[in-house]
Design a binder for this molecule. Structure first.
Ligand SMILES: C[S@@+](CC[C@H](N)C(=O)[O-])C[C@H]1O[C@@H](n2cnc3c(N)ncnc32)[C@H](O)[C@@H]1O
Length: 278
């Protein structure tokens, strides 16, 4: 398939609200630039050991990374001793992840799979599914979100765990994006700024030092909505954390991380916890 050189949002970019459009947004120029500028070491420092700790707490060995992207988490988890399968709906992303893995001495086990039909392409079972880097936000229809979560649930072992993160859209929507929620990565090299926000769309612009700009159209997931969906598709308990570590900005984190447990082992009747977010 030829690789598009420019993002195509048509004549009315804010009208683009489709779950399939991610395929056209992650073009190679954007992906290459992102990887060049956001050093993996800095990103690893920013996240700390949060995910590793959560996975180990749950006794996880086998992980399915469903949003592999360029491979940051897959490779990090391999290097930490986990048995990782790397899935993504974008062939281009998987190629880049494979290349990144090879450059670090790893052969990634990759599967091209859309979340909504995951179990069609992935037949094994895993102790954990990770969907990281604000990826779930690419689904625009409620049915797609329910289907994807149900598929994540299906590929998990009976006591498996889903770790899914998301940007704090509540803050962006409730405080208004005129308050200038601009997020900087890696010092001030790359900025990500919402250029349009309504209840059905968060359109972000990513600006790079060479003045190039790329956009992503995303669905602004509210924290409580995601927690409700995980519970409605069958996860027994969902704990939500603010940012990747204990933080003094717990009331207004940039990211939420949901840890959804499938287990029916405990007899507590199941519940939704909010350990690190008030
Ligand atoms: C924001 S990137 C994150 C990549 C990586 N996890 C990271 O943190 O660097 C989102 C990824 O989700 C993938 N994706 C989006 N919608 C998808 C879907 N419906 N099925 C499978 N992959 C999808 C995209 O191809 C992209 O690689």
């Amino acid at each position: 398939m030829p690789v598009a050189e420019r993002q195509d949002f048509g004549s009315d970019p804010t009208a683009v609200r489709e779950s399939d459009h991610y395929q056209q947004e992650y073009i190679s120029g954007f992906v290459d630039k992102w990887d060049e500028l956001i050093s993996w070491d800095d990103r690893a420092l920013g996240e700390g050991t949060f995910f590793l700790q959560k996975l180990r707490e749950h006794g996880v060995e086998r992980v399915l990374d469903v949003a592999t992207g360029t491979g940051f988490h897959s490779i990090r988890l391999i290097e930490e001793g986990f048995d990782v399968t790397s899935a993504d709906g974008s062939a281009e992303m998987l190629c880049k992840a494979f290349e990144n893995g090879r450059n670090r001495g790893h052969i990634l086990r990759t599967v091209r799979a859309d979340w909504r039909w995951l179990s069609r392409d992935v037949k094994e079972r895993f102790d954990a599914v990770v969907c990281l880097g604000n990826s779930f936000t690419h689904l625009f229809d409620e049915q797609d979100r329910r289907k994807a979560l149900a598929e994540f649930y299906a590929v998990l072992e009976h006591d498996g765990v889903l770790i899914l993160d998301q940007r704090n859209y509540d803050a962006i929507m409730d405080n208004g994006f005129s308050s200038k929620h601009t997020y900087y990565y890696c010092g001030e090299d790359v900025s990500a700024e919402p250029v349009h926000v309504d209840e059905g769309l968060a359109r972000f612009c990513y600006r790079f030092p060479d003045r190039s700009e790329y956009y992503l159209n995303m669905f602004p997931l509210r924290r409580e909505y995601v927690r409700r969906l995980t519970s409605e598709v069958g996860f027994r308990r969902t704990s939500t954390y603010g940012d990747f570590k204990e933080t003094h900005r717990i009331d207004d984190p940039d990211f939420f991380i949901h840890v959804a447990e499938k287990s029916y082992d405990s007899l507590d009747g199941g519940q939704n916890d909010n350990p690190a977010v008030s």
